[in-house]
Design a protein around this ligand. Structure first.
Ligand code: XMP
Length: 317
């Protein structure tokens, strides 16, 4: 019988045996998987685990600072790397979704390898790969057409010539959460919605600018906070805002405005493979719409996405 307690004990022993007194490097994303994986490795080898958390400028509002702080509180040996400008420059003028993903994935590897190169004697690469990632990356690279090239698996090891430490490789998401709970990881981490590796880049349709990122971060923060306030956050699989590349006419006071539209997305799902749009209460949507339009400069219209997957996808890009 599988229990989190037994899994934790066995896994820590296995990591100790595998790594010995060598060093492990690991990239953290702020998500459940990499956090739980890192904490397991940390429990096994302590400060011989070196964590890197990259700010690509495409995270949610204040996320980088908050998450970095939580990692430090957990006692992880973590370095925050501000690489915003690098990502914004490389993405300048790019509007094709797959090119955005490739650029972001490639840059991430560059930043991570250069951080690794500054450390001595790193022998292992830790990763928060879970079982569905293993299956999905097989099918992504297989004969069937790639729908979207997810960049959070694969990629790193080939280039880096290190052995892998993947404590979650045979677990499903709900088991990862149970393990996380067992080792005392905060519910704030464990209950988080999934967030795509390319971040807000694939929620800004068209070319990305620092101003558009700011605008979307503000709208997104209002939406997510409202979901939490109204106890809706835990009832949906994932939620977020999308900045559309169209401007439309509005009126503010007695001024005509010509500003952007934000789409709200919320879905229910069990695995992200299929999803239904979440039937959020009208009063809630009305409140969020008012708040966004009143508080976020540059946005004068809010719409709600009522498409399910398939045939739509969760993300718009
Ligand atoms: P879609 O849009 O394909 O999304 O219905 C399914 C789930 O995958 C996430 N997603 C990504 N995650 N890198 C990631 O790490 C990506 O490029 C990527 N694209 C989509 C999406 O947020 C949803 O949870």
């Amino acid at each position: 019988d599988w229990t989190p307690a037994a899994f934790v004990e066995e896994t820590i022993a296995r990591i100790k045996a595998q790594v010995g007194n060598k060093k492990v490097i690991m990239a953290l994303s702020g998500g459940v998987d990499s956090t739980v994986a890192a904490e397991l490795v940390h429990k096994a080898i302590g400060s011989n685990l070196y964590c890197i958390f990259v700010d690509n400028g495409l995270l949610r509002k204040d996320e980088f600072e908050l998450v970095l702080d939580s990692y430090k509180h957990m006692g992880l040996n973590v370095k925050g790397v501000n690489a915003k400008d690098l990502f914004y420059n490389a993405l300048d003028g790019v509007s094709d979704p797959e090119r955005k993903r490739k650029i972001i994935g490639g840059l991430f590897i560059d930043v991570f390898t250069s951080e690794a190169a500054q450390l001595q004697d790193i022998a292992f690469l830790g990763q928060g790969t879970i079982y569905p990632d293993v299956i999905e990356s097989v099918s992504v690279n297989g004969p069937s057409a790639t729908i979207k090239s997810h960049h959070n698996v694969g990629g790193l090891p080939e280039k880096m010539n290190m052995q892998l430490v993947e404590p979650l490789r045979f677990l499903f998401k709900d088991e990862v959460r149970r393990v996380g709970r067992e080792i005392g990881i905060s519910e704030v981490f464990l209950g988080r919605h999934p967030f795509p590796g390319p971040g807000l880049a694939i929620r800004i349709l068209g070319a990305i600018t620092a101003d558009k990122v700011k605008m979307l971060q503000e709208a997104d923060a209002i939406y997510i906070e409202a979901l939490k306030d109204d106890n809706l956050y835990d009832k949906v699989w994932q939620a977020g805002t999308i900045l559309l590349p169209v401007q439309s006419v509005g009126v503010m006071g007695d001024e005509r405005t010509y500003e952007f539209t934000v789409a709200l997305r919320a879905v229910t799902s069990t695995d992200g493979m299929t999803a239904d749009w979440a039937h959020l209460p009208y009063e809630f949507l009305a409140k969020v719409s008012n708040e966004i339009i009143n508080r976020v400069r540059g946005i004068n219209r809010v719409v709600y996405d009522i498409s399910s997957k398939p045939p739509a996808t969760i993300e718009w890009e």
